[in-house]
Design a protein around this ligand. Structure first.
Ligand SMILES: Nc1ncnc2c1ncn2[C@@H]1O[C@H](COP(=O)(O)OP(=O)(O)OP(=O)(O)O)[C@@H](O)[C@H]1O
Ligand SMILES: [Mg+2]
Length: 457
């Protein structure tokens, strides 16, 4: 493998010297510059693979000079990844830098291994960016994705990204409406990574109260607080060497966001009630069905955390946007379900498939799967017709009375969800277990949503 070249830009000689030593030992060829002009000369003469830029470079300013220089580099060399170093106190500067095109940022005082890994990652992502997109068959040759059905361009784009980034340790943010397959994609990234034989730990952040966040995530020792009767291992530690899946990250309150940022930044944390620091090596995948960008603008979600978790972003299209995949999905679900229910002779009339393709699917793939399953359970005939599906569709929670109600666009997804939950609870006398099954949710997921919407059981 060719030796990678990096350029270190800082006017602090001590910093430059230590970074030079660090990266030489890590096998890089290191160039250094103490001010923009000489850095530019190096960039012109040498094909460097990455730049490390100290934003507090030139102590005389508030970092604006570093920012200007960054913009300058990105304009002339958009393909070269630039990693920023900032003081923890001026992390806002790093956020400005990310907006201006920096690849990543790291806070001072840095952890040597983190810094070397960050550079390695930035270089490998920059190289992968230039790979040309593959089609489904090519992807299947290299990836285990047989449980992810579909070949619409929208899904192929997602799978392409999965293929490009699964082997890296880059943090990934998966966004998409409820039921679009966020968890499925997170698992696929893990299963196709070098971490596949290590744990995949899922944490539902929407279900963790602010007061329990640290003990859940970092663990506690016996006696750390009143209810801490035994030692408890936190989720980060459980996920060591593997992947942690931070589901519903948009539901995290601001206090917990700071705590999460810290551990993502330093990869270490303190177990509650103990003074020892633990280090972990985990890959972080986050998911949300909320509009995180808007939440950042409304100051409901920390911007620095957003950039920390979002090095790679994957937007899962709704089922409406990829309705060409509906026939394949129906086929896949029917095949699985008929085996499960021992109804081998079931077939779906093509006109029914066509009809299903025309529906809006606010609950996306989960809703489609539920409908297929109910229809198979309820019907006795082998040829499934529009009317069979239609009967079940009408009986899906919230559908019947609402024929003239939730057209997509007139209600937000959350409003639809809330209305479905209320209606189903009402029609089933608040039988939580039954309602959870009907909505395709676990009991705890249902409780969480009831709490969120202030619905009393
Ligand atoms: N492309 C797909 N092929 C086959 N099954 C899929 C696909 N996408 C999603 N599913 C199935 O749909 C269901 C919902 O997927 P998943 O739980 O990953 O969605 P989600 O986006 O995490 O939803 P939520 O926001 O409600 O948590 C699961 O049963 C999953 O296996
Ligand atoms: Mg999910």
């Amino acid at each position: 493998m060719q030796v990678k070249k990096i350029l270190v830009t800082d006017d602090d000689v001590a910093v430059v010297t230590s970074l030079k030593l660090l990266f030489k030992q890590a096998g890089y060829k290191v160039f250094s510059a103490s001010e923009p002009d000489s850095a530019k000369e190096i960039l012109e003469e040498t094909n460097v693979d990455a730049v490390i830029l100290d934003m507090n470079f030139s102590r005389s300013t508030d970092g604006q000079e570093g920012l200007l220089f960054l913009k300058d580099i990105k304009q002339s060399y958009p393909e070269i990844p630039v990693v920023l170093i900032t003081a923890w106190g001026s992390i806002q500067l790093a956020v400005e830098g990310m907006k201006a095109g920096a690849s990543d940022f790291i806070a001072k005082p840095w952890n040597n291994k983190c810094l070397v890994d960050t550079i390695k990652l930035a270089i490998s992502l920059a190289e992968k960016r230039t790979l040309s997109p593959a089609n489904r068959r090519q992807l299947e040759r290299n990836l285990k994705i047989d449980n992810i059905v579909g070949q619409s361009p929208e899904l192929i784009e997602v799978l392409n990204t999965v293929g490009r980034i699964c082997e890296t340790d880059a943090p990934v943010l998966i966004c998409g409406e409820s039921g679009t397959g966020k968890e499925l994609i997170a698992e696929a990234i893990h299963k196709n990574s070098h971490r596949k034989n290590n744990p995949f730990v899922k944490v539902n952040l929407g279900g963790i109260s602010s007061s329990l966040f640290e003990s859940e995530m970092f663990g506690h020792v016996k006696g750390a607080f009143t209810d801490a009767g035994t030692n408890r291992v936190g989720r980060f530690e459980l996920a060591d060497q593997g992947t942690i899946f931070l589901d519903e990250i948009g539901d995290l309150d601001l206090n917990s966001q700071v705590k999460l940022l810290r551990v993502l930044q330093d990869r270490q944390f303190e177990v509650l009630g103990s003074s020892k620091t633990k280090s972990v090596n985990v890959r972080v995948i986050s998911a949300t069905n909320r509009r995180l960008k808007e939440m950042v603008e409304n100051k409901e979600f920390r911007e620095d955390l957003f950039y920390r978790i979002n090095l790679i972003s994957i937007n899962l299209p709704s089922l409406r946007e990829r309705s060409s995949d509906i026939p394949l999905l129906i086929n896949y679900f029917v095949n699985n379900l008929k085996r499960m229910y021992k109804r081998d002779s079931i077939v779906v009339n093509p006109s029914a498939v066509e009809w299903l393709q025309s529906l809006p699917w606010p609950g996306n793939i989960r809703e489609l799967r539920n409908l297929v399953e109910r229809t198979i359970l309820v019907t006795t005939n082998d040829l499934l017709e529009v009317s069979d599906f239609n009967d079940q569709y009408d009986s899906l929670p919230g559908k019947k009375e609402s024929k003239n109600l939730p057209t997509v666009g007139s209600m937000t997804l959350e409003e639809m969800e809330e209305s479905m939950i209320r209606k189903t609870l009402k029609s089933h006398g608040s039988n939580i277990s039954k309602v959870a099954v009907l909505l395709g949710l676990s009991r705890s997921a249902l409780y969480r949503r009831m709490e969120k919407y202030g619905i009393k059981g």
